[in-house]
Design a protein around this ligand. Structure first.
Ligand code: ADP
Ligand code: MG
Length: 255
């Protein structure tokens, strides 16, 4: 699948840790406008957001409640439609895809660590992880092997038979991450992935995310309220009132 679009190169930061920006844009969103209209109100949730991410980057999105962070993730991942602008994911104009194709694209290219994508309580860890594979038509045997190796990646090899209620909050979040990774997606989206965890567990989840980023060049876009989580990303995007107002490079990355 190709488009005529060629991304504009962005100067390379040369920090040695973050990937060279602009060489391989996995997300390229331009002037994205999203307005929610109900009978009573019009909410300008995104008011012209331009944002890009290079393959292998870990980007944090911060901003006050209601500023449009979740809306941005929903639009970038094609869970929600947009009113204006254009979004290329891996070179694909996602809003030109039919609903079915977009769903398929999402299943193949994206993993989600979202609060509303909870684990199913009746399934054990391994069954939860293999579910997206089975839904997208992977044979049962292959799905099981892939789910096992995804659980391995999050250091839960021996916990596959446990149901969510038999796991700690941190372990449950690891299972969610394993499920997000099982398709080897291009991008993993996290909407406050450590929001329900205590500091120690949140740090452990961030260790895991950082390892996956470094070892597998896995791209992550993570909404978070926690400055110390954001500091562990390559770049921090600050939003306010439906716009990106600032972009920081954490000290650990900047040289
Ligand atoms: P954040 O994730 O930064 O807290 P959201 O993206 O959830 O913010 O919301 C941005 C704005 O859009 C808020 O004012 C919210 O009330 C509104 N909003 C979000 N989703 C909907 C929806 N489905 N219908 C109407 N308004 C919405
Ligand atoms: Mg939100």
């Amino acid at each position: 699948m190709t488009t005529e679009f060629t991304p504009t190169p962005i100067p390379v930061s040369g920090d040695g840790q973050a990937p060279a920006r602009g060489t391989d844009l996995i997300i390229d969103a331009r002037n994205v406008v999203k307005t929610y209209r109900t009978d009573a109100v019009v909410v300008n949730a995104l008011r012209g957001v331009t944002f890009n991410v290079t393959r292998g980057e870990m980007v944090a999105i911060m901003g006050p409640s209601g500023c449009g962070k979740t809306t941005l993730l929903n639009c970038l991942s094609g869970l929600d439609t947009i009113d204006e602008g254009i979004i290329y994911i891996n070179g694909e104009d996602i809003n030109k895809l039919s609903d079915n194709k977009r769903t398929e694209f999402r299943a193949r290219q994206m993993g989600f660590v979202f609060q509303f994508y909870n684990l199913l309580p009746v399934l054990n860890a391994i069954e939860n992880v293999e579910l997206p594979l089975l839904v997208s038509g992977t044979k049962a045997g292959d799905a099981r092997k892939k789910a096992e190796s995804a659980l391995d990646l999050v250091q839960l090899r021996d916990w596959g038979k446990h149901k969510p209620a038999q796991l700690s909050g941190g372990q449950r979040q690891r299972v969610t991450i394993a499920r997000a990774l099982v398709n080897r997606p291009a991008i993993v989206w996290g909407d406050e992935p450590t929001g329900d965890l205590d500091t120690a567990n949140a740090d452990a989840i961030m260790d895991l995310i950082q390892d996956l980023n470094r070892q597998h060049n896995q791209t992550f876009v993570i909404v978070t309220h926690a400055p110390d989580i954001a500091q562990r990303c390559h770049r921090i995007i600050h939003m306010k009132d439906g716009q990106i107002v600032r972009e920081d490079v954490p000290q650990a990355v900047a040289r």
